[in-house]
Design a protein around this ligand. Structure first.
Ligand code: SF4
Length: 338
């Protein structure tokens, strides 16, 4: 038997993980930027169903899995006894697994007793990925995140106190132009209060069909350009002085993937990467942004290759002939990426 159920998404850092579906869909499902579970209903799966999946997975994959990710958006809503049984069963069926992780909502973490979180941690759930998105209440309310800055801070601190490794996702650009400065400042200060092990950048996109896309169409949300996004990330980074964490940029939506390192030691180097891009002449910025969004370049130095520059200049000339601004065209590609 090789029949088991798996959900639609996992964090980029869990690309190689065995996906075990503990709950289905998202209990909140109202975030304005999120298209993932729209039109679906949240449900918890029974322990028996999950254990049957684990048996089928063991038969299918053998002892190969080294990391496991528990799906979907918030498995921590499961009763503690159930989740403990599931995590123990994962550990027992896959003894060579090094790491078991899950998504968790701050709203849930902030309301779970520390003693229950500790039991789940002790059973063998190692790391939680939290979609913080912003530490600014105005932004959280704008995008209907369903939790507050205080929830994020309390939830993050509880996760750390229970012994979990904590990974917080931050979304540059989520406040649009109007809230950009507050978003950067309040998110950095919330991260400083939580002290997560990882901060992962995931640039805001505008997938058609989402409420945020409709807000942008109506003119009530002004998305940041790629250049404004780098300036916002610079402000965010500047607010992280003294914070000890690992900053990751592992999402395809991000422009400068090399903004990754250990803070505080790498802070000056990462700020310099932002400054270098922001100081480029506009034509060079346009060349790199377009190359990155077309998948032709990884980092800014790639566009120095003569053959790539020739191709880029041809593409830019063609866009201009059609009356399109190359930076705006590249922005459009990025905003529609999911
Ligand atoms: S971002 Fe997370 S919490 Fe918000 S709707 Fe999507 S899955 Fe649910």
């Amino acid at each position: 038997m090789t029949d088991f159920e798996q959900g639609p998404i996992r964090p980029p850092s869990e690309a190689g993980s065995l996906l075990v579906r503990v709950s289905r869909n998202c209990p909140w499902n109202r975030c304005a930027f999120c298209p993932v579970y729209k039109g679906t209903r949240f449900s918890l799966r029974s322990v028996e169903e999950i254990l049957a999946d684990l048996d089928a997975m063991r038969e299918y994959y053998g002892d190969a899995p080294r990391t496991v990710f528990l799906q979907d958006a918030n498995p921590l809503l499961s009763p503690t006894d159930d989740l403990v049984r599931v995590v123990q069963a994962v550990r027992q069926r896959f003894p060579r697994v090094r790491r078991v992780t899950a998504y968790a909502r701050s709203h849930t973490l902030a309301r779970r007793a520390l003693s229950e979180l500790r039991r789940i941690r002790d059973a063998g759930l190692d790391r939680l990925h939290v979609g913080m998105e912003s530490g600014c209440d105005a932004v959280l309310s704008l995008v209907k995140k369903g939790c507050t800055r205080a929830d994020h801070i309390e939830g993050g601190r509880r996760a750390k106190a229970a012994g979990f490794e904590l990974s917080e996702y931050v979304m540059p650009g989520l406040g649009g132009r109007e809230l950009s400065a507050r978003h950067a400042e309040d998110t950095a200060s919330a991260i400083a209060e939580i002290g997560p092990d990882f901060v992962r950048l995931r640039t805001t996109a505008l997938p058609p069909g989402t409420e945020l896309f409709a807000m942008a169409q109506r003119g009530v949300f002004a998305p940041l350009s790629e250049i404004e996004l780098v300036a916002e990330i610079r402000a965010f980074l500047g607010g992280l002085s003294g914070v000890r964490t690992r900053l990751e940029s592992d999402h395809v939506l991000n422009l400068l993937m090399e903004i990754r390192g250990d803070l505080p030691s790498d802070q000056a180097r990462l700020l310099a990467i932002c400054d270098e891009f922001l100081a480029l002449p506009r034509d060079e910025q346009a060349r790199f942004v377009l190359a990155r969004r077309l998948g032709w370049a990884g980092g800014p130095s790639d566009i120095q290759k003569p053959s790539l520059r020739r191709e880029l200049d041809g593409a830019i000339e063609e866009l201009r002939r059609q009356g399109l601004d190359p930076l705006a065209a590249a922005d459009e590609i990025r905003r529609r990426l999911v």
